[in-house]
Design a protein around this ligand. Sequence first.
Ligand code: CO8
Length: 258
Amino acid sequence: NRNDRYIVASIRENVGWIRLNRPEVLNALNLQLISELVAVLTEMDRDENVRCMVITGNEKAFAAGADIPEMAEASSVEMLIQDQLAEWDRLRKLTKPLIAAVSGYALGGGCELAMACDLIVASETAVFGQPEILLGVIPGAGGTQRLTRAVGKVRAMEMVLTGRSMTAREALQVGLINRVVPPELLEAEAMNLAKKIAQQPPVAVRLAKQAVLKAMDMTLENGLDYEQKLFYFLFSTEDQKEGMRAFVEKRKPRFQGK
Ligand code: CO8
């Protein structure tokens, strides 16, 4: 009973599926689209029936970036007060795994949205880039930070300083994305990956996501300490008992999320 204009959301087999749906402008991310997207993701994050979420676009575009006309004439003060990026920040608080299924353009905010996801599956037609420099700005939703962590300094520098984009093959080669498939197989591939994650014990999945993300901004020593605490904590879950007993008893585990 949602009343979204620019996204289409559904849930099947414990996977929340969200399609960005503003095809006439290559899914340009205007304020309304982002707020609908963040709202539905937040709702799914709290929904026990959802174990993993997938964000996708259409064959031509995942998203060609922020809506340029919407911000073209804004002043710094207007940008600051409106603070659209506060909405984006809520993506970071999501506890369930997010998969980006990318076909066509993933540029600017579109590339940043894909990188804010935990895994990226792409079709052979996917194009990743941060062309903001060509517009007189720089990436604002994580492009300089997440891209650099994903592909290293020199590659990120080249993309951010020249606006050159990467093909899906290049993106795979440099470790920006998980896999590349023909366009007609993209959704099935993303769904399979999502279902695989959805079958795992949810508390462990949640903590695993948290721990991997911590690796991006902690020292190794702090990260290892953090991981150990989460590891010990999981021995208070029923799913840990079930998982290990099932192994010993040579049967399939039945995870309950407790
Ligand atoms: N915003 C608004 N409209 C867009 C955008 C966009 N980012 N991208 C494409 N469109 C529109 C076009 O204006 C066009 O509309 P119309 O038919 O009315 O003229 C329609 O989509 C189709 O686009 P094209 O005709 O240009 O299609 P082509 O296949 O010729 O070209 C390109 C495709 C190469 C992707 C081209 O559209 C393009 O260069 N788009 C802009 C890409 C870009 O610069 N993105 C970065 C934007 S800045 C940004 O993302 C900053 C992020 C900061 C964080 C977010 C804060 C909110």
